[in-house]
Design a protein around this ligand. Structure first.
Ligand code: PLP
Length: 418
């Protein structure tokens, strides 16, 4: 058993708030280490959503009756609370989406045409995307480039999977219209020099976009401090519900983004021939939203705001350091981006002579849930010279004993499978 030395958080009490964690898988206490794919939800989130469904559920904005007004108030209060959690400045607004993928598609596609004036993206513009990205922050830009005749350029990582601000500097010009980058690479846990790169891109006149899908669960997001124009995130990676998330954007730019969903709630008036559209945020939220999801996401934001952010960062770093140190001692194991100063909450590794899928299956038999595969980041893995990895990813409720369980499982897998 490893001594716990890092945490000002009471991990046992926190874990007890997550009903799903209290179970055995294949006869062994569950060690849930697949948090980069999705985190689990605490009782406070489950209760908030269930309260809404049992007491306040009604469609929002259009009703004069009490339930509809309550639901509308809950919905807008959720927006305000999530904005507070993400430190969204006054010049920005939060648009509810079904998650990061939805937010990035809304953004990239919405830039390609305009409901009035010029679209945000045009032929000859350049879109610069980092080479660390999840497919959700790459394919929408590929498609936007194809549709508009813009040029897509990639800031490639080195063979360790790290980005260098100088490579971006050389790529920027007056043609650069968009720069999009993750705050934390989901396949490796690597965190690029985000603020420096955002500053460089903004200095060249580009619109800056941050994929915060991973960072949001690490308690690191601060839109005001980062100074980005747009930020996309998912609730299910910050202890909230699935199918919920948001796009934060600078108001002046959101106003120029074309809606993709035309219909109810996003219009001011409609005739048989024409329509005038509502203001932001409603303009970009056509149709009945996932109101219960917004309430769950807000409860998750409150859960996170009640955690000491520094203590959370220290805890996640200690878990990662323990896993990296133990894995690196094993013969034939390669950990990607091993230094803690460059990465957080995720350990991605390959083992000579054993396929990641076999390691994942073996670990499941030992009650350890990890993810194996390309993690929807195939171009990055190609740069690293591998087709797939085993990825363990950590959350506030994970313990040092669970890292021991992971490490013992990997050691045993190597013995049996190699
Ligand atoms: C960095 C990153 N971006 C985008 C996504 C897509 O998120 P979602 O599936 O919630 O839309 C993920 C999901 O793993 C991710 O890790």
């Amino acid at each position: 058993m490893t001594e716990v030395i890092d945490s000002a958080l009471n991990i046992e009490d926190i874990a007890a708030q997550f009903p799903i964690l209290n179970q055995r898988v294949n006869g062994v206490a569950l060690a849930y280490l697949d948090n980069a794919a999705t985190t689990q939800v605490p009782r406070s989130v489950i209760t908030a959503m269930s309260q809404f469904e049992q007491h306040d559920r009604a469609n929002i904005h259009r009703g004069v009756h009490t339930l509809s007004q309550r639901a509308t108030d809950d919905f807008e209060a959720a927006r305000a609370n999530v904005k507070k959690f993400l430190q969204v400045p006054k010049m920005h607004e939060l648009i509810f989406t079904s998650g990061t993928t939805d937010a990035l598609n809304m953004l990239a596609q919405g830039m390609t045409f305009a409901i009035s004036g010029e679209p945000l993206l045009r032929a000859g513009d350049e879109i610069v995307v980092s080479g660390l990205e999840h497919h959700a922050n790459l394919i929408p830009w590929q498609q936007a480039a194809r549709r508009t005749g813009a040029v897509l350029r990639i800031v490639k990582p080195d063979d360790q999977g790290r980005l260098h601000a100088d490579d971006l500097r050389k790529m920027l010009s007056s043609k650069t219209r968009v720069f999009s980058i993750t705050a934390c690479a989901n396949a490796t846990g690597y965190c690029p020099p985000l603020k420096e790169m955002l500053r460089l891109a903004a200095g060249a006149g580009a619109m800056t976009v941050v994929d915060a899908a991973q960072a949001v669960g690490h308690g690191k997001v601060d839109v005001e401090d980062w100074g980005c124009d747009f930020l996309a995130f998912s609730a299910h990676k910050m202890y909230g519900p699935m199918g919920m998330g948001g796009l934060v954007g600078r108001r002046s730019l959101l106003e120029r983004l074309s809606p993709l969903r035309f219909g109810g709630d996003m219009v001011d008036w409609v005739t048989f021939d024409d329509a005038a559209f509502n203001d932001i945020p409603a303009r970009l939220e056509g149709g009945t939203p996932n109101v219960g999801g917004t309430i769950g996401m807000s409860a998750a934001a409150t859960f996170m705001m009640n955690l000491d952010r520094q203590a959370l960062a220290t805890h996640l770093a200690a878990l990662r350091a323990q896993a990296v140190a133990a894995l690196q001692k094993m013969d034939g194991v390669r950990v990607f981006v091993p230094e803690n100063s460059d990465a957080e909450a995720i350990v991605s590794f390959v083992v000579d002579g054993v396929h990641p899928h076999d390691i994942g299956t073996f670990l499941d038999e030992k009650g350890v849930a990890v993810r194996t595969g390309h993690h929807c980041a195939q171009p990055l893995l190609e740069c690293l010279g591998v087709g797939s990895t085993t990825r363990a990813s950590f959350a506030v409720y994970n313990t040092h004993d669970q890292i021991d369980q992971l490490v013992a499982g990997v050691a045993r897998a190597i013995k049996v499978l190699r």
